[in-house]
Design a protein around this ligand. Sequence first.
Ligand code: GLN
Length: 284
Amino acid sequence: MTIREALVNGTRILNNEKIEAPAVDAGVILCHVLECDRSWLYAHGAENLDTGASEKYSLLLFKRCSGMPVQYITGKQEFMGLDFHVNRNVLIPRPETEILAETVIELGKKSTRTLKVLEIGTGSGCIAVSIAYYLRNSFIMAADISEKALEIARMNTLKHGVSGRIEYIRSNIFDKIVMSGFDIIVSNPPYAKHMEIPGLQREVRDFEPELALDGGEDGLGFYRPIIGKAPEFLKENGNLAFEVGIHQAKEVVRLMKSSFSAINIKKDLAGIERVVLGRLIGSF
Ligand code: GLN
């Protein structure tokens, strides 16, 4: 079987299983097997696939047919122009989350001194690592309740050469955070409503960690404690920046109003209100 035939076959197999982007996924999986990029595939389409590669390709196509996201098959996802390791212990970084990372980076660029950032629920570390990478004057403390997620986050930190400026801590929200005086607290917490989880896309529901998805009864179960306690951990005029789910921005703004001012909402590329940012009123 040639590389071109393998792509056609793979696309057909995925299409029969109603996978959303069969040709893209077949290509990504074949590139992963052959450790090449897409342009190499097309330039070498007439070459034969050896048995080992062909068997591995079939096995991975089978995994994709079972609903496993392509990122867990290849073990990676790009975010903010950087490649991140991922596995089933962490949420796959989403393009809309880049808006949250960019918001923090923009804030940081205005500062001339070292910016102290606290991230709650770092998962793969995509937000913390991007901030450290693009804001050389930053120090980030990144918390997650999952030790297995922290392992991945540490790998990503090493991969991008920012280990000196990120400290990871296993903590349930603020429980183990002893440092205070942060300039910014950032979080993309779990925000799906508990009841909505069974109805989520199979790729998300069956493969991504429930710990990273379940935001409790109304999906806002993490926003309340974070908003409630953030003032104790922020310095005067410090900022709190959240990613929120669809239709959650207004309620999060309402919750923030007691302690935060200059509250802003940013939309994602689909026009959905995605990021909520506010500044602490006075000091704690
Ligand atoms: N901070 C990580 C991300 O944005 C994890 C978020 C989560 O697990 N809810 O991808």
